[in-house]
Design a protein around this ligand. Structure first.
Ligand code: V07
Length: 259
């Protein structure tokens, strides 16, 4: 409770208070893998009579802030849902703008990410991405491949049902060619065919903007994950909100451990 009171009083972006908070949160187990559905960018813009793309741009700046905090907290993997396979249905100008955001983000922040030992990764269908988008991301992945701090994993052109079907097709192929026997297939082996094979399942899922659904995001991987929903729109999401989500996670873990 004391934690929370100090947190809410910290409206003036006092960095020493944030630093104290980070130390406080780190005394209890921090989730190793946090996944976020960054929703509410369009709504944020609409409320201000701005074009939707203004909301996306503001949301991009929040990605930087939250990445920094996740790294400081010792979170190992941060998976961010940046673009779904459904998002191609949006107006062309919005899609074109979204496909420029990875370049803009990396153009501004890649030196910082390298400096802070962050490793950039991407999961999703690369073939449909414009080459300029893919090149920027692949360069960032190459430039950060030896970093062993936070893994910043962007879900881009990602859809979970397609991922599961593709994994199933690969399983069938390996079965046909004799690499995999029916008796060998179990949950762990199946997981290794998914796009997330390098990562453990998320410990905590956050969705902003008041929507209480998964929208085809990591359906297999979220089977045992703790969920935290907030009405805060992604462009308004701040360090204190991530800390609040992690404290809620830690309280649940503590209660669960007590039984
Ligand atoms: C996007 C900003 C965040 C709110 C959600 C939608 C808009 C960062 C990236 C990104 C992706 C890959 C990468 C580096 C940065 C991004 C898209 C949208 C498509 F390697 N933010 N952001 N990509 N938004």
């Amino acid at each position: 409770m004391f934690n929370k009171i100090r947190l809410w009083k910290n409206q003036n972006n006092n960095s020493s208070t944030l630093r104290e908070h980070i130390e406080e949160v780190k005394k209890l187990p921090v989730p190793e893998h946090v996944a976020i559905i960054m929703d509410g960018n369009g709504r944020w813009a609409k409320k201000r009579a701005l074009p939707r793309i203004a909301g996306h741009h503001e949301g991009m700046k929040v990605v930087r802030k939250i990445t920094k905090l996740a790294n400081a907290l010792g979170i190992k993997t941060l998976t961010l849902y940046a673009f779904s396979t459904e998002n191609w249905k949006r107006p062309k100008n919005e899609v074109d703008y979204l496909m420029k955001l990875p370049e803009e983000f990396l153009g501004t922040f890649l030196p910082e990410l390298i400096d802070e030992n962050v490793k950039v990764e991407m999961m999703g269908y690369k073939d449909q991405l414009p080459v300029h988008t893919l090149h920027a991301i692949e360069k960032a992945m190459e430039d950060t491949k030896d970093n062993d701090g936070l893994v910043l994993n962007f879900a881009l052109n990602y859809g979970s049902r397609s991922e599961i079907i593709d994994a199933t097709k690969k399983v069938l192929n390996d079965y046909k060619s004799g690499i995999l026997k029916e008796s060998e297939l179990n949950e762990e082996v199946f997981s290794s065919y998914l796009m997330t094979s390098d990562h453990k399942d998320p410990d905590l899922l956050i969705r902003t903007s008041g929507e209480i659904r998964l929208s085809n995001f990591m359906l297999w991987q979220l089977a045992y994950t703790e969920f935290w929903f907030t009405d805060v729109l992604w462009p308004d999401f701040r360090e204190k909100h991530l800390i609040e989500a992690i404290e809620a996670y830690q309280n649940r873990q503590r209660r669960f451990g007590g039984i």
